[in-house]
Design a protein around this ligand. Structure first.
Ligand code: ZN
Ligand code: ZN
Ligand code: FE
Length: 739
C-alpha cells in the first residue's frame, strides 16, 4: 500500500478539476479524497503502489495548468474516493471566472441528435457562465441566477453523476429546462421566441439591422461587420464617430483579416476569450471595411464567440460588430429594463433571454508585442475577474483606484481581487455601478477592511467616495501608485527607477503630472526627473483639442512663428494669450499630451473624439516607417527639455517629410530619452531595475523600442502584465503602498 498527499496550485477552479480527479481515482482504483483548501486543491490517494503511481502520472499529464507537490504520508483507512465539500472559510477558492464554451459542448451544440442541439445555454463543468451569474458564495446553483430554472430529470441525473462531465456543473440546463431566447422590436413588442428568435435575429442581421444581444456580462450592440452601411449607422446612433469597434468572428475569418501569431491565436481560443488587438492585414478587399470598423488604427480588436449563443450567430454570419451595449460612456446594460431604456434609440431589435446577469462585465482587452508571448492588458474584466493576483501584501485593505478608467481592489490574505472595469467615474451611472460592485465584492469576499487607500487628487470621485466611508485613508500620489502596482505585481525590492508616462494625474506639487522619472529607494519615492512643464490652455479640453497643446508647446519654446499652416484655422492667438497670461492654463508634464501635440502638428489628428485617439493614430503612422533616427532633447537638473525636439520636428514639417517619418522619429525620441535617463539614473542610484508604467506604454511601437534600447544597455525591465498598465492598474499600487 502507498499513500500520498498532493498539493495543487494553479488555475483549476471552476474548470472541472475535482470531478476529473474523482474519475481518475475511480479508474485507477485508489481511495482517498479531493478537496479545496483556501489556496488550492488538496488530494490524498491511497492504493497499491502501481495504482497510485499511475494516478499521479495521469494527473501530471492532464490538461490543467497546475503545479503538483507530492509527498508520501502514512496510510489511513479510506473506503472509497470522495469529493469533499469546502468548509466555510474555504469557499473563496471556488470563486470562478466566466469560461468560454468548451470543445465538447460546441460539438454537442451542432449535433443534430443531441438533446442540447442548438441550445443557446449549453455548458458543462469546464465551461459556461460563472462570476456573471453568482449572487453569493459558495458557488452553488441555488446561489446563482440559474436557481430560477428547475433541472429536468435528465439534467438532474447528469448533475448528480460524478462520472458525467456535467457533474455539479451549476448552470447545467437543456432545451427543455433551461433559459429561453426572445426577440423583441425596439418598441418592446415580442416578435418570437426560442429557435425562431434566433433565426429571426440572424435574418435581421443579414438585412443590416442593429441588434442588442444579451451576452454573458451584459448586452452587446451587434451588426454585420462586413456591412459598412450598418456599421456607419451604428456609429451615428451611438454617437461614436471614430472609436474602434471590436468584432466577433470565427478563427478563419479573423485570420483573413489580421495577422495572428501563435500566442495571439492561443489567447483568442483560450477559455478567457478576451478581445485581442490584432494587426490588420494589408488588403485592398478589406480596406473600406477596416476604415468603418477601426479608422486610423493598424489594429483591429477581435474576439472569438464565447457564449453558445455567439456560436449560433457566428455560424450564420462570418463576423459581427460586438460593442458594449451602453449609452456612450455608461455601464454596459445587463437587464431588459436598462436595455430597452438606454438602447432603444440605437438598436432596431433586441435578442434577449431570461437568465439574469448578476455581475456586469465588459469584455477584456489584451494586446501582444510583435511576434512575442509578451502580453499587456488594456482592460481587465470578463474571464479574468474575480481571479486574484497573488501579491505579498500582508494587510487586508481596500483600494479605490482612479477616476478615469476604474478598477478597484480588495486585498485579502495577500490575494488582490481586482474588480471588473467600472469605467469613468465622472459619469453618475458609473459611480452607482462602482458603489454596487464594491458592496458585492465585499460580501463575496466576506471582508470589511478597516484601511483604505485612494488617489491624492482632491477632485476624484473615488477619493471622495472612500473618505466618506473609511476613517483610515491613505492618499497615494497617482504616479507613485502606477509604479507601486508594477512593484507589487513583480515583488520588486531595492533601488528601482521608474518611468511613469500617462495622460494626467495629480502631482505632488499640485501640477498635472504625466512624464515622471521616479526613484524608489529605502521605501521612499522621489521624483528625480520629469518632462518640462508646459501649459494646457483651457485645461481638460486639451485632451480633445490636440491643436491647443501644440500651440502651447510651440509658444513655450518660442516657435509660434513656425506654426504649421493647417493649424492656423484655429483660434491659436487666443491660446498664445492664455499661455502668456497663465489664465485657465494649468501646468503639466504629461507625455500623453505631448503625443497629442505631435499628432496635431503633423496633421494626423488635430481633434480627438475619444481618449488616446491621437496617440493611437500616431503609433499607426510610425509603424509604416522603419527608421531609427530620433530628434534632439536635453536633460538638465532633472528636467527633460523638448526645445530641440520641436525645433527639429518643425523643420521636418517645413520640408514636407511624411507624417509617418516624423511620427517614427518622435517615438524613437521618447525611447531615447528613457534610455538616456536610465543610463544616468542607473549609474547615480546604483540600479539596473527599470519600471515602465502608465497608459503611454500601451503604445506597442514605443514599448518595443524602449525595451530594445534598455535591454541593449543591460537593464531589467518590469511592467504590468496581469493588470492594466493604464489607470485600471493603480488600485494595486495604492494597496501596496498602504500595507
Ligand atoms: Zn463545456
Ligand atoms: Zn434539462
Ligand atoms: Fe495614470
Amino acid at each position: 500500500m502507498k499513500s500520498v498527499l498532493i498539493e495543487v496550485s494553479g488555475t483549476v477552479q471552476g474548470l472541472g478539476f475535482r470531478p476529473f480527479v474523482y474519475n481518475l481515482a475511480v479508474e485507477n482504483s485508489v481511495s482517498g479524497f479531493v478537496r479545496n483548501t483556501g489556496d488550492g486543491v488538496q488530494i490524498i490517494v491511497q492504493g497499491t503502489k502501481s495504482a497510485v503511481d499511475s494516478f499521479i502520472k495521469k494527473l501530471q499529464k492532464s490538461e490543467f495548468d497546475a503545479k503538483y507537490s507530492i509527498k508520501k504520508i502514512p496510510c489511513r483507512q479510506y473506503n472509497n474516493f470522495k469529493i469533499l465539500r469546502s468548509k466555510k472559510n474555504e469557499i473563496l477558492s471556488e470563486f470562478p471566472h466566466d469560461l468560454a464554451l468548451c470543445g465538447e459542448c460546441k460539438k454537442e451544440l451542432f449535433s443534430e441528435n443531441n438533446r442540447r442541439c442548438l441550445h443557446p445555454f449549453i455548458n458543462c463543468v469546464k465551461c459556461g457562465p460563472r462570476f456573471s451569474i453568482i449572487k453569493k458564495l459558495p458557488y452553488d446553483r441555488k446561489n446563482t441566477s440559474m436557481s430560477e430554472f428547475v433541472m429536468c430529470k435528465e439534467c438532474r441525473q447528469e448533475y448528480k453523476d460524478p462520472s458525467n462531465r456535467r457533474f455539479h456543473a451549476q448552470p447545467n440546463s437543456c432545451r427543455k429546462c433551461g433559459p429561453q431566447l426572445s426577440l423583441f422590436s425596439s418598441g418592446k413588442k415580442l416578435i418570437s421566441q426560442k429557435d425562431k428568435a434566433l433565426s429571426g435575429a440572424v435574418k435581421l442581421l443579414k438585412k443590416g439591422k442593429i441588434l442588442a444581444v444579451k451576452s454573458i456580462g451584459g448586452y452587446h450592440l451587434c451588426c454585420d461587420a462586413f456591412n459598412e452601411k450598418a456599421v456607419r449607422k451604428l456609429r451615428e446612433r451611438k454617437l461614436r464617430p471614430s472609436k474602434p469597434f471590436a468584432i466577433m468572428s470565427d478563427l478563419q475569418t479573423a485570420e483573413s483579416l489580421c495577422h495572428i501569431s501563435k500566442y495571439e491565436r492561443a489567447e483568442l481560443l483560450s477559455s478567457r476569450a478576451p478581445i485581442v488587438l490584432l494587426k490588420k492585414r494589408k488588403s485592398k478587399k478589406y480596406e473600406s471595411v477596416f476604415n468603418a470598423l477601426a479608422p486610423d488604427n493598424s489594429s483591429l480588436g477581435i474576439m472569438m464567440p464565447y457564449a453558445p449563443l455567439h456560436h449560433l450567430l457566428i455560424k450564420a454570419m462570418p463576423a459581427l460588430v460586438m460593442t458594449s451595449g451602453n449609452k456612450s460612456d455608461e455601464p454596459i446594460c445587463i437587464d431588459e429594463k436598462e436595455a430597452f431604456g438606454n438602447l432603444s434609440q440605437i438598436a432596431d431589435f433586441f435578442l434577449t433571454h431570461n437568465r439574469k446577469i448578476e455581475n456586469r462585465l465588459d469584455d477584456s482587452i489584451v494586446r501582444f508585442l510583435p511576434d512575442s508571448c509578451e502580453k499587456i492588458m488594456t482592460r481587465r474584466s470578463r474571464g479574468y475577474v474575480p481571479a486574484p493576483v497573488k501579491t505579498k501584501i500582508k494587510k487586508d485593505i481596500f483600494a479605490a483606484g482612479g477616476d478615469l478608467k476604474n478598477n478597484f481592489c480588495f486585498i485579502r490574505k495577500g490575494n488582490a481581487y481586482l474588480s471588473q472595469f467600472t469605467g469613468d467615474l465622472e459619469e453618475n451611472a458609473n459611480l452607482k455601478f462602482y458603489d454596487e460592485s464594491i458592496n458585492k465584492m465585499k460580501s463575496f469576499l466576506d471582508i470589511n477592511p478597516k484601511k483604505a487607500a485612494c488617489d491624492a487628487h482632491p477632485g476624484y470621485h473615488s477619493s471622495r467616495y472612500i473618505e466618506s466611508r473609511f476613517k483610515n485613508v491613505n492618499f497615494v500620489h497617482h504616479h507613485y501608485a502606477h509604479m507601486a502596482s508594477v512593484m507589487a505585481e513583480h515583488d520588486l525590492n531595492g533601488n528601482i527607477l521608474g518611468f511613469i508616462f500617462d495622460g494626467s494625474g495629480y502631482g505632488e506639487d499640485g501640477n498635472i503630472w504625466g512624464g515622471e522619472v521616479i526613484l524608489y529607494s529605502k521605501k521612499q519615492f522621489m521624483r528625480v526627473a520629469h518632462f518640462d512643464y508646459f501649459r494646457l490652455p483651457g485645461g481638460d479640453i486639451c485632451q480633445k483639442e490636440n491643436w491647443r497643446t501644440a500651440v502651447s508647446l510651440l509658444h513655450k519654446y518660442g516657435l509660434t512663428d513656425k506654426l504649421p499652416g493647417h493649424l492656423k484655422k484655429y483660434k491659436y492667438k487666443t491660446i498664445i494669450k492664455m499661455s502668456e497670461n497663465e489664465v485657465n492654463a494649468p501646468l503639466t508634464s504629461s507625455v500623453g499630451r505631448v503625443f497629442d501635440a505631435v499628432a496635431a502638428l503633423t496633421g494626423i489628428k488635430e481633434i480627438s473624439s475619444f481618449e488616446a485617439e491621437a496617440a493611437v493614430a500616431l503609433e499607426t503612422a510610425a509603424e509604416s516607417c522603419k527608421i531609427s533616427k530620433h530628434y534632439g532633447y536635453n536633460i538638465k537638473n532633472g528636467v527633460i527639455n523638448m526645445k530641440p525636439l520641436f525645433t527639429e520636428l518643425l523643420k521636418d514639417i517645413e520640408f514636407s517629410l511624411p507624417a509617418s517619418h516624423i511620427s517614427a522619429k518622435f517615438h524613437n525620441t521618447i525611447a531615447d530619452i528613457i534610455a538616456a535617463a536610465a543610463k544616468q539614473g542607473g549609474r547615480k542610484y546604483k540600479t539596473r531595475k527599470i519600471v515602465l508604467g502608465g497608459g503611454v506604454f500601451q503604445n506597442i511601437y514605443l514599448l518595443n523600442a524602449v525595451i530594445k534600447k534598455l535591454l541593449f544597455f543591460g537593464f531589467k525591465i518590469y511592467y504590468n502584465r496581469q493588470i492594466p498598465m493604464n489607470d485600471g492598474g493603480i488600485c494595486l499600487g495604492q494597496a501596496y503602498l498602504e500595507a
